[in-house]
Design a protein around this ligand. Sequence first.
Ligand code: ARG
Length: 465
Amino acid sequence: MADKENKKKLMWGGRFTENQDTVLSKINSSIDFDKRLYKQDLNASVAHCEMLMQQKIITAQDGKKILIGLSQILDEIENSNFKFSNDLEDIHTHIESRLSEIIGDTAGRLHTARSRNDQVATDLRLWIRQSIDDIQILIKEILKSLIKQAENNIETIMPGFTHLQTAQPITFAHHLLAYFEMFNRDISRFQNCKDILNESPLGSGAIAGTAFNIDRNYTSRKLGFERPMMNSIDGVSSRDFAVEFISCCSINSMHLSRLSEEIVIWMSEPFSFIKLSDSFSTGSSMLPQKRNPDAAELVRAKSGRIIGDLNTLLIMLKGLPLAYSKDLQEDKEAVFDAYDTLKICLIAMKGMIDNISANKEKMLHYAKGGFSTATDLADWLVINLNLPFRDAHETTGRIIRLAEKSNRTLGEISLEELIKINPKIDESIKDVLSVENSVYSKCSFGGASPKKIKEALVLAKERIE
Ligand code: ARG
């Protein structure tokens, strides 16, 4: 039933005689979220208007009036003097409607050779492009923090895990620089997304282009796009750029989540590898001894939400025939939510990294457990006794069994006992059993040795400049 109160003038009201039902207004309205596109929408309108003037599609006089009106609207929105209302559906209709209040009927000329379909596709591309810049800056902050922590922990020996079981000794710096690589790739991934999306849909019209003699290169250039999109149908209906953006957000947040998970583990009492300063720890209302890593847990949880946004968009798109359908209006909430969520996660993660202090004794203690230098022992057998690695592995296994049975570390097995297992073993084997020796020996490119980590740190700094 149409609501009698609902007497608004619709932008496309010409062929309609009845008022819109309130529930339709409600479900149709996107202004609550797409108001975030106001700046992009105004910029695109300015470019479009200038192009219409240049092409003599509208007069210079009308164009100037429109431009003045648009700049007033920008002012009003930025100073919170702009009235948003659900009755006016979206940001495009809001701006057009306000423009007509300010400059009268001339406002109607701005929409010549344009549709909300190419308008919204343009706005969203511009918005995401800017957001990628913001996110890249935040990721870079994390890279800097990782470098700083790594510099403080070049020689901090910790157990490296596989299957969350002690595998080999590494250093905390080495571990942190693994995340440096992941986050650095995330920056490139966002850059790639930005490069691909940087084409202008403006001038695609509703679907077919336009009969007006528009200049799509002008608007494209003016808005900082690389080129106009080739196909007007693609221009208004494709959202792979938004999918790709949220996909980049998802991958980045997945990396944040993995690091969060490690922070949670490292902070747990049995590990106690790190401490987070008070400013990044929370207490428990009941258990006075607790220092909880809430921020890490939330970053871990929020990655699920961002991946959910990716799903939302993919599922929304996968059954959509070309070209525009109103389903596409729903893309924005997923994009905005992914961005907002990722942003707070990135900021929180930087805070956590800055506030970590490594418990070097604990890390070293656990690095010594779990027969972490077993591979060094096997390598010694290969290098010094010329055993094939598989045989060396087998011999090492027997030594471990002996140590395990008598509850000793590898270093605590006597030379006599070792000789019983293989008579060619000599005392120089003892040198390779310390975790320090193990770590310092890993001089392969990308390896754990502090010498290599120092080199990696120099390069890391160069790479983020
Ligand atoms: N608010 C709409 C959106 O976000 C704008 C495009 C409307 N186009 C249309 N044909 N109804 O997609």
